[in-house]
Design a protein around this ligand. Structure first.
Ligand code: NAD
Length: 282
């Protein structure tokens, strides 16, 4: 039915996710009948179910779509019929739409970061940016940075093979961007200082306090973005803000990935201001 949204979030440990509330409130504000289920695969009622069975059940039950989170963003791919260009480039899916008997995978994390960046750091210098962390989220953010006009992208990860692999992947998917893996941030800043820094490591999360970059490298000439949003004000964002940098907290990416997912589920535009207000009120 046109006036309904039936969707859910598949993941593990998703009790505190704000995605369900953002999707439901937006649907209700648009006058849709809606149910959005938290499908926690750790919950006792789902412990003997596989991801494949969960996706099949949602499809058979008439769901419009699913959000997919940790640890299933890659595992879900073989279960799908088609991938969007973004999902194929990034190699990860966070949104599945059931459409005309097909399961179509999208990656809205990438657009989510890009849109947050375009709005929150409009006019920022993008000649050279440094990405910290080349894991699942880092892959989406790296492509988004290229889409936001970053000409040179330096990638740092404590696992050098990940930084190398991501530098190669972005170079092949976004040939206009120059990419390099770096192993020493102090050396990079001394020789070729970037305009901005993005944290896509888990450092700064409530359960992993700290920063992936030495505080002394941060000065007011840099813009600083984080994608960690629990807490909303990470140590990196607080440090950069105190030093006078332009900052972009991780909440923007979290809201805009949901905005795009809502649009894919319903075919209707979402209101980002309203969804951000729901996120903030959580
Ligand atoms: P992941 O484990 O796949 O990748 C993390 C990467 O960071 C790994 O490659 C690891 O080697 C690297 N790393 C860890 N500590 C480091 C350090 N000190 N210096 C350099 N590299 C380091 O994790 P992920 O799925 O990519 O998620 C990363 C973070 O992003 C999580 O905290 C998650 O909450 C957040 N996230 C936010 C959003 C959002 O919408 N804002 C979306 C997805 C993920």
């Amino acid at each position: 039915r046109e006036d309904c949204l039936l969707a859910g979030l598949i993941g593990q440990g998703i009790a505190l996710s704000r995605t369900p509330l953002m999707q439901m409130q937006e649907a209700r504000a648009q006058g849709l009948f809606t149910t959005y289920k938290k499908l926690d695969m750790d919950a006792p009622e789902r412990r003997d179910m596989t991801l494949a069975q969960m996706v099949q059940s949602a499809e058979a039950a008439g769901f419009d779509g699913l959000n997919i989170t940790y640890p299933y963003k890659i595992d879900v791919i073989p279960l799908l019929d088609e991938l969007s260009e973004n999902a194929r480039a990034v190699g990860a899916v966070n949104t599945v739409v059931f459409q005309n008997g097909k399961r179509i995978g999208h990656n809205t994390d990438m657009w989510g970061f890009a849109e947050s960046f375009r709005r929150g750091l409009a006019g920022a210098e993008t000649d050279h940016a440094v990405l910290l962390g080349a894991g699942g989220a880092g892959v989406a953010v790296a492509h988004a940075l290229a889409d936001c006009g970053v000409k040179k992208l330096s990638i740092f990860d404590t696992d050098p093979a990940r930084a190398e692999g991501l530098a190669k992947l972005v170079a092949s998917n976004r040939p206009d961007a120059q990419t390099q893996a770096v192993s020493d941030l102090a050396e990079l800043f001394a020789e070729d200082k970037p305009n901005g820094v993005v944290n896509a490591t888990p450092m700064g999360m409530a359960k992993l306090p700290g920063m992936a970059i030495d505080e002394t490298l941060i000065d007011e000439s840099l813009w600083v973005a984080d994608i960690v949003y629990f807490p909303l004000e990470t140590q990196l964002i607080a440090t950069a803000r105190a030093k006078g940098c332009r900052v972009l907290p991780g909440s923007g990416m979290a809201v805009f990935q949901a905005v795009r997912a809502f649009e894919l589920f319903t075919g209707r535009p979402a209101d980002p201001v309203r969804m951000k207000a729901t996120f903030d009120a959580f």
